[in-house]
Design a protein around this ligand. Structure first.
Ligand code: NAD
Length: 459
């Protein structure tokens, strides 16, 4: 696809948007129902595509992608009427008599650029918000998950109103052509380097941008906890989420030195229970998405600063792009693995003298997308909530905040800007229009010239 096509698509969608069709409640409902049908009627096709792209285990595909999309659609269908209602605002004495309201209106024609790791969910979830809010939308799925990209293009082509909702498949040239167009919002999921390219392109047209990025999400582990439950939850949020290739997956653990033996024993024990003695052949772990990412992760492991720090796992199978759950202990803070987001099955443990020191450790680095704490100490919990700046926090579990549609999901600082999920998705793709209603009474003469001294007395 060249630039001309991108231009033509945006032109066509803008015409549809201008016709007022997408603003209608009935249209929004019909399109949300169409997306729900895609998730309901094509489970097998979607699971197969995710398996082809990532060897994603069926249960993970179902729970983390298909079911999440269904829930989002149902939530939007249920809330939509209420969300679309103008909200009464207080009238003030300055404009007496008057009434005031906040009217949500769609932004127009929006672009959603999505990532490869949850390619079905991360494509459709923002689209659900864009449609609920009454926009026309172009979805650009990730080329790194080609099977899912092609299933999305096919199914959306069959189910939705293509005069207003379009899938454009492609990689850098296609995305670049899309980014040259004028959009009313760009919603981007991916890494911060490309996020900067998106933001720069948006500047030209003064287009608002949501950047759903990543970061190094820490897990702080205290000593006064139920180790078995904590460790099982950490494992499920790390290796049970696409083998660590998840934006909110635990990136590293911080714990006090004397806590390490117990934590490590428990992790090794539970990992073997979950994935067996030969995790490279476990059917319950996704593979690494492609050779580039396999090499990137291998470089993190082969760094001379950390090569002797592996205390569990470390096995790799380059032909099948598999890496076993791998734990590293006491890696130097200036090693590559502690500088970059890991986004894979490697999990370093950083030790501190006392668990409270972890707050300083986290705050001395870029703001992560998520931060987690396992503790029974209420004071530490409070300190963590008040002092850690991250997209979201979970206490005594990991990643689950993503599945709560009453919570906004998004980053802060290096982990992104803007948020979505549930009602927040509707708000993200809406403009809150301020409307003041008056009639012809209450026409105070003081506001009009000539500004005589007697009028000024009223001020
Ligand atoms: P990716 O490689 O799929 O890239 C994301 C999108 O950017 C793709 O659609 C791709 O086509 C496009 N792109 C790539 N190069 C481009 C360029 N030069 N110009 C314009 N567009 C371009 O995904 P990724 O970046 O590898 O994703 C992983 C990152 O995303 C991690 O940092 C992860 O934490 C983050 N992530 C965040 C969330 C979230 O919701 N916050 C979710 C998933 C992933």
């Amino acid at each position: 696809m060249g630039m001309v096509d991108a231009e033509a698509i945006v032109k066509e969608l803008r015409e549809t948007y201008s016709s007022g069709k997408t603003k209608k409640y009935e249209w929004r409902v019909s399109q949300l129902k169409a997306l729900l049908k895609i998730a309901e009627n094509h489970e097998k096709e979607i699971v197969d595509a995710l398996y082809s792209d990532l060897s994603k285990p069926e249960l993970e595909s179902f729970i983390h992608e298909i079911s999440m999309v269904k829930t989002s659609c149902k939530h939007a269908l249920k809330g939509l009427k209420q969300w679309m209602k103008p909200e009464k605002a207080k009238a003030t004495i300055t404009s007496f008599p008057s009434s005031a309201e906040i009217v949500p209106e769609p932004l127009g024609v929006v672009l959603v650029i999505s990532a490869w790791n949850y390619p079905f969910l991360l494509s459709l979830d923002p689209v659900i918000g864009a449609i609920a809010a009454g926009n026309a939308v172009v979805l650009k799925p990730s080329e790194i998950a080609p099977a899912t990209s092609s299933v999305l293009a096919k199914l959306l082509g069959q189910y939705v109103d293509v005069t207003a909702i379009r899938v454009v498949e492609g990689a850098v040239p296609e995305t670049t052509a899309l980014l040259e167009q004028k959009w009313d919002k760009i919603f981007y999921t991916g890494n911060g380097k490309i996020g900067r390219i998106v933001l720069a392109a948006a500047t030209k047209h003064l287009t608002p941008v949501v950047l759903e990025l990543g970061g190094k999400s820490p897990v702080v582990v205290d000593s006064n906890i139920n180790f078995k439950v904590a460790v099982r939850r950490i494992i499920s949020g790390k290796w049970g989420c696409n083998n660590g290739q998840a934006c909110v997956a635990p990136d590293y653990i911080i714990t006090a030195k004397d806590n390490v033996p117990k934590l490590l024993d428990s992790m090794k024990h539970e990992l073997e229970k979950f994935y067996g003695k030969d995790p490279l052949n476990s059917g319950d772990l996704s593979r690494i998405v492609n050779a580039n990412h396999f090499r990137r992760l291998s470089n993190l492991l082969d760094d001379t600063k950390v090569i002797d720090k592996v205390v569990h796992g470390g096995q790799r199978d380059e032909n099948n792009l598999k890496i076993a759950p791998t734990i590293l202990l006491d890696v130097p803070h200036d090693s590559l693995i502690m500088k970059e987001e890991i986004f894979g099955p490697l999990l370093p443990i950083i030790t501190v003298n006392k668990v409270e020191d972890s707050i300083h450790f986290i705050n001395a680095r870029e703001k992560p997308l998520a931060a987690y704490l396992f503790t029974s100490n209420k004071k530490l919990e409070e300190e963590f909530v008040m002092n850690i700046s991250a997209g979201g926090l979970v206490i005594n579990d990991v990643t689950l905040h993503v599945a709560n549609s009453s919570l906004p999901f998004g980053g802060v600082g290096e982990s992104g800007m803007g948020s979505y999920h549930g009602r927040f998705s509707f708000d993200t793709f809406s403009h809150k229009k301020a409307v003041l209603h008056r009639n012809f009474s209450g026409d105070a003469p003081q506001r009009y010239p000539p500004y005589t001294p007697s009028k000024a007395r009223f001020l």
